[in-house]
Design a protein around this ligand. Sequence first.
Ligand code: ADP
Ligand code: X2W
Length: 265
Amino acid sequence: MAKQDKLYIIKIGGNVIDNSRNLHEFLKDFHDLEGFKILVHGGGKVATELGKDLGVEPKMIDGRRITDVETLRIVTMVYAGLINKNIVAQLQFRGCNAIGLTGADGNLIRAQKRPVKEIDYGFVGDLHETSVASHMLSKILEDGLIPVFSAITHDGEGQLLNTNADTIASAIAVAMSKHYETSLIYCFEKKGVLKDVDDDDSVVREIPSGDFEQLKSDGIVAGGMIPKLHNAFEAIKSGVSEVFIGKADELDQLSKQTFGTRLIN
Ligand SMILES: Nc1ncnc2c1ncn2[C@@H]1O[C@H](COP(=O)(O)OP(=O)(O)O)[C@@H](O)[C@H]1O
Ligand SMILES: CC(=O)N[C@@H](CCC(=O)OP(=O)(O)O)C(=O)O
């Protein structure tokens, strides 16, 4: 491991996972990416649908899922089981030696249950500076494996926790930036941060951190994009070399510098 070695942390969201054509296209580009790499996946959409089938209505506040005991069972099965193992099998098929992980495996990501204030989020885990075991994760990379993280962490006392996948990707990127030249790439179903969310040709190519508040108050960024940008700017301020947000099946454009939106400090 050397600081000049390049490491990509790539995150894919639920809308990409739910569309098998997009997912296959993405995994092909992910396979082609040179350098060390880590994949982090969400799957909120699949968990919501399965929960409804099982009679568990989803409750989201500020983009975070209220996770009671039943919901924790569902998200553990969906994220750490169904989605994670399918992605690992698809990557193995393409010759990537992927290893599927939760934060509990190898004690790689230890979270803290979110304290109850006005809202009780249940079994939701928050991350802090020392949450990610970066040395252990480096060893896994140096052994030639490609870690694939689901959105499940643990508290070290036997409790699994549900942690937002964008937050996991950002925390891994920050922790690993001590050891590698780290790029954090958020992949979703749109071409980047858009001026008009319904117009895929309105990509904002660069966003300085100072523009974030204005974009929010103008209503240009809303919903899930707000916590995503928050995580993205946290990463760029904390040692990550570059952060992009763009379309999952355009990842091959990263090397041509034509991929999505670049965030700058
Ligand atoms: N300006 C914007 N540009 C692109 N997407 C936006 C914007 N503002 C809000 N969004 C919404 O944010 C969503 C992405 O957030 P989220 O659903 O949390 O992502 P993910 O699929 O990665 O979990 C998009 O699907 C889109 O509906
Ligand atoms: C606490 C919390 O909200 N966890 C998220 C984890 C999955 C996720 O982040 O999925 P996407 O990236 O597809 O949205 C959730 O259960 O929805």
